[in-house]
Design a protein around this ligand. Structure first.
Ligand SMILES: [Co+2]
Length: 470
């Protein structure tokens, strides 16, 4: 899920310190790296010292069609894929059984020892080295007693993401409706988590990290099917960004890829994949946002793509960014643009980032589209008396089921809610809930996205959502 920057932000940031890109921690103290040789490095939740929670999240929004139809919707029945708990080479889990197709076997059954495979560990670039003393390591360990558990939760969320997207790669085809695809992804995630999220509090233990994004063509991000609106059927010529999140105890894996069914877009996808991998490579303790962004842009804009006999330079989109992630908060206040900036903000030990990039054949600037993508409770929501009973009861439902996790109308419908729009409008107008809209480049353009979640650790960053697909 991308973070939309405020309009013009990138142009004033030199003069204006209050933009989200640099919301905190300019030159923050480097903290040490922790690391154990088995790769179970401690990992600091990053919520200790800079939780200013300025909640300056860029706007997001979403929109559109679909009807909500139930939960279970296996699409193509294909033969079972064997892929029991796909393991990364370094994985320590053992799979007692295999994942089904569509995926419905809870991950805990595939990894009976409860240890989930680690992601890709990458050496930090030399110029981002952080040095840590034993003393610092002990300090971190004391400060973050739940570290191993947190890391394991994170790896579980990532493995669920990989297994569910494996099903997407194999089963999603033109002719299917976006509602069916979204429901299929969400049914898979919830089944593997073992949390259907139908009882109060259940989806706070594990659930969708944000509304499943299925953005087509010029729509770059923040589109999810909504109940009661005309459904959209995936076409052969479409470029679809599949962006979904999985959380375990609030630790959100945010990872996305682009699907196409026509090789004409291959270079567009290659540009964006390269840009995202470049961003990941430049990430690390003490890495500067400005350096990461410049490297991303250079990689992205070294490509061109020919579509319908016209050659387009691939442009990096200027007003949506990667972002850090905090527990239950998808946009933690730091932003990683895909275009050059002078932002001196650094990544810090223990932080989590969603490194995503978007490339386009359009103008490289996104506008809010019609409709709604989703809603998210503002972490700094004012507490106030709400005169409207429907707003009060809706807020209670939100607190019980989502907290500050972004959700969409389909997620409310499956809880049995209806007629909540008036209450929602009241929550939005009172600043308690933020609303997100679809983000579109110009009509006729094509946009693509790739995204991974990376844990910043001085001893070796962990691209936790890395798979053999992207
Ligand atoms: Co994201």
């Amino acid at each position: 899920m991308g973070s939309k920057t405020y309009e013009g932000e990138l142009h004033h940031e030199d003069a204006n310190n209050s933009v989200p890109t640099k919301s905190n921690a300019v030159g923050g103290k480097p903290r040490g790296a922790t690391l154990l040789e088995d790769g179970d490095g401690d990992f600091d939740s990053g919520d200790d010292d800079d939780e200013d929670g300025d909640g300056k999240n860029p706007s997001m929004a979403g929109l559109t069609p679909a009807e909500n139809d139930g939960l279970e919707k296996p699409k193509n029945k294909k033969k079972k894929k064997k892929r029991g708990g796909k393991k990364k080479k370094t994985g320590s889990g053992t799979s007692a059984t295999q994942q089904s197709f569509p995926p419905r076997v809870p991950l805990s059954q595939l990894f009976p020892d409860g240890k989930y495979p680690q992601g890709q560990i990458v050496e930090p670039k030399d110029d981002n080295l952080s040095r840590t003393t034993g003393e610092e390591l002990r300090y971190l360990a004391r400060g973050h007693i739940a570290n191993d558990e947190v890391l394991n939760d994170y790896r579980k969320a990532a493995e669920i993401h990989r297994q569910v997207r494996h099903w997407v790669h194999k089963s999603v085809k033109p002719g299917q409706s976006l509602t069916d695809i979204a429901n299929g992804i969400e049914d898979g995630v919830r089944a593997l988590l073992g949390h259907q999220g139908l009882e109060p509090g259940d989806s706070l233990k594990g659930g969708m990290g944000f509304p499943t994004g299925l953005a087509l063509n010029s729509c770059a991000a923040h589109f999810t099917p909504n109940p009661g609106q005309p459904d959209v059927i995936l076409q052969q010529k479409d470029v679809m960004k599949v962006d979904f999140g999985v959380h375990v105890n609030g630790w959100i894996v945010d990872s996305a890829f682009t699907m196409t069914f026509d090789p004409v877009y291959d270079n567009l996808l290659a540009a964006v994949k390269d840009a995202t991998n470049t961003g990941l490579k430049y990430s690390g303790v003490d890495a500067r946002v400005s350096d990461i962004s410049a490297a991303i842009q250079e990689a992205m804009e070294s490509y061109e793509v020919e579509i319908n006999k016209k050659v387009y330079p691939v442009k990096a989109i200027r007003n949506i960014t990667g972002h850090n992630i905090k527990p239950y908060i998808i946009h933690g206040g730091k932003s990683i643009p895909f275009v050059k900036t002078n932002d001196p903000t650094k990544m810090e030990e223990g932080e989590v980032f969603a490194i995503e990039t978007f490339g386009t054949t359009g103008k490289g600037y996104l506008d809010d589209g019609a409709g709604v993508y989703g809603y998210g409770k503002n972490p700094d929501a004012p507490s106030m008396h709400l005169p409207l009973a429907s707003a009060r009861s809706l807020l209670k439902t939100i607190n019980q089921n989502f907290g500050t996790i972004v959700f969409c109308r389909r997620y409310l419908d499956r809880l049995g809610l209806d007629k909540y729009l008036l209450g929602m409008n009241s929550l939005v107008s009172n600043g308690i809930v933020d609303m997100y809209h679809p983000l579109n480049d110009i009509k006729g353009s094509y946009t693509a996205q790739f995204e991974h979640t990376i844990l910043i650790k001085g001893s070796g960053n962990e691209i936790i959502s890395r798979g053999d697909d992207y």
